[in-house]
Design a protein around this ligand. Structure first.
Ligand code: TEU
Length: 528
């Protein structure tokens, strides 16, 4: 591929996810808020990222902590108001940070006025804004679809004798995007925020938004076994990834692009879980693009070993259309934390991988501190997914714990007991402590992010995988005359270096450069 020098910010840059409930509380209710985020923006800027994505801040009964929206064009009082949002946006822009909101198009809250109206009866003018169906002949649900949070995806409504569809909680009814009025209202909501100056959206479960006509049963998944989330009993063939959803994504993109006349792209990141080929179709075509970045979760989904990751990276790269820019996610408010999965030494290697692979990285708040396993006592579990399917290890609270800022009570996050427990080691694992320690995870993240900014080879350069010893993942990044090589030891044993060179950075510091130590990742400038 020919080398380009015109990479837009979302290709060059990095995204940092803030989970607003858990970033910084400013009003002493134990829950984070927008004024808190504004207060802590210097941490984000000092980290060296380019954009922030805020998980939902809209009015919500919080059954799914904001992914159940009751009004797309306002701010929940728990987080502040439109004025406090405008202040965060201005403060982010002053620091050169872009700001993306979380747009939740697949479903609303059951308290959204649209659904309240829809539920009043079959002749409601909003009836067709949601997906209502008659019962099956035996009175049961219209088909076999399963909610992502377990149980039937259909909820019976005794008032009208029909069922409504909900891919997630029963209190998150799915919108009917085949209805043009729904589309118009949701596009108005996007315009509302774009007009306010946001730089784009992360779009929640984008591949879910349209369902197959006729609502056929989903086929069974032959790989399902007990202990796996109930959703995976079926392949979501007819409930997700429909051609009409791609067409809507293309229209969303056209809307976002219509705001880009100032040369600053308004970016759409689609949350999409699909195998490579189906996933790549969400880029759309060159003349009819869809999302800029279909989120790539494969660093979360795959086993942490060099051979698996090498195969996965090669397959992902090969699946991209020539104009499709890659991206990588290693943590989120839904996934187990990387340091909990692979341990702290390997979490340092993971940081180097995330920030040196070709493609836009998304960092999740707290991973820059290496927050690891947090046990949530049974009486403090809040995640509705965990509460509905306990004991199979899908609890999301453990990655939603509050940011530990310093050694003050409640880690400086709040003045009262936070809504979820802090990481148990917060006395030592907090931002202030790690700022004082040049060997900390935070120092490593800052160093890596600074390197990405100063070396275009690392941000926009080409990449190819290199051969290396078993357990070592190695690759080269190249842009113009600049060549950098990365060698990551994913094992607990010392390994021979795959190439010679001058060490630019080691995850362990003080590198000798004749071997890769256990758990060591290195960036080199090749000598020859
Ligand atoms: O997540 C969608 C999604 O695919 C999740 O069901 C995911 O598989 C699961 O959480 C992994 O444990 C998005 C949001 O990120 C999530 O927080 C919401 O609960 C969900 O959509 C519904 O809006």
């Amino acid at each position: 591929m020919t080398e380009r020098n015109d990479h837009p910010w979302w290709e060059r840059g990095t995204v940092y996810q803030i989970y607003p409930r858990s970033f910084q509380d400013s009003d002493g209710d134990g829950v984070g808020d927008l004024a808190g985020i504004e207060r802590r923006l210097d941490h984000v800027a000092a980290l060296g990222v380019d954009a922030i994505w805020l998980s939902p801040i809209f009015p919500s009964p919080m059954a799914d902590f904001g992914y159940d929206v009751a009004d797309y064009c306002d701010v929940d009082p728990l987080f502040g108001d439109l004025a406090s949002f405008d202040r965060v946006l201005a403060a982010a822009h002053e620091r050169g940070l872009k700001l993306l909101l979380d747009f939740v198009p697949n479903h609303t809250s059951d308290r959204h006025p649209w659904f309240v109206d829809s539920r009043t009866g079959r002749d409601s003018t909003k009836r067709d804004w949601y997906i209502w169906r008659d019962p099956a002949p035996d009175g049961g649900p219209p088909n076999n679809w399963i909610s992502d949070f377990g149980g039937s995806a259909w909820e019976y409504d005794p008032v009208s004798g029909q069922y409504y569809l909900h891919a997630f909680l029963a209190s998150q009814p799915d919108l009917n995007w085949r209805n043009p009025a729904v589309k118009a209202a949701m596009f108005d909501a996007m315009r509302f925020w774009l007009d306010r100056g946001v730089d784009g959206f992360r779009i929640d479960v984008l591949w879910h938004i349209v369902k197959a006509e006729g609502f056929p049963d989903n086929p069974p998944n032959p790989y399902w076994r007990p202990g796996i989330t109930e959703r995976d009993r079926l392949i979501q063939r007819h409930s997700t990834d429909q051609p009409e959803a791609h067409a809507i994504a293309a229209e969303m993109r056209a809307l976002a692009d219509s705001y880009g006349a100032d040369g600053q792209a308004r970016v759409l990141i689609g949350e999409i879980f699909l195998p490579n080929d189906a996933h790549a179709r969400w880029y759309g075509t060159l003349d009819r693009p869809q999302v800029h970045l279909p989120f790539n979760f494969q660093l979360i989904e795959n086993a942490w070993d060099a051979a698996t990751l090498r195969t996965m990276i090669a397959a992902y790269e090969a699946s991209l259309p020539p104009y499709g820019w890659p991206n990588w996610v290693i943590g989120s408010h839904d996934a187990a934390r990387i340091a909990a999965r692979v341990g702290e030494p390997q979490a340092r290697v993971a940081a180097m991988l995330l920030l040196t692979l070709r493609g836009t990285p998304t960092l999740y708040q707290g991973d820059e501190l290496g927050i690891g396993k947090v046990d949530i006592p049974a009486d403090r579990v809040r995640d509705p997914q965990e509460l509905r399917q306990p004991g199979i290890g899908i609890g999301r609270d453990r990655s939603r714990t509050p940011m530990p800022w310093d050694g003050a009570p409640f880690a400086g996050f709040s003045t009262v007991e936070p809504w979820l427990p802090l990481n148990p080691d917060w006395h030592t694992r907090n931002v202030a402590a790690q700022e004082r320690d040049p060997a900390s995870m935070l120092a490593l993240y800052r160093h890596l992010l600074a390197l990405r900014r100063t070396h275009p080879a690392l941000s926009v350069g080409g990449m190819h995988l290199l051969d290396a010893a078993d357990g070592v993942l190695a690759y080269e990044r190249r842009h113009g005359d600049e060549v950098l090589r990365v060698a990551l030891n994913l094992t607990q044993d010392a390994k021979p270096l795959p190439f010679a060179g001058t060490v630019v950075l080691s995850t362990l510091g003080g590198a000798t450069s004749d071997t890769l130590r256990a758990n060591e990742g290195m960036i080199f400038r090749p000598t020859s």
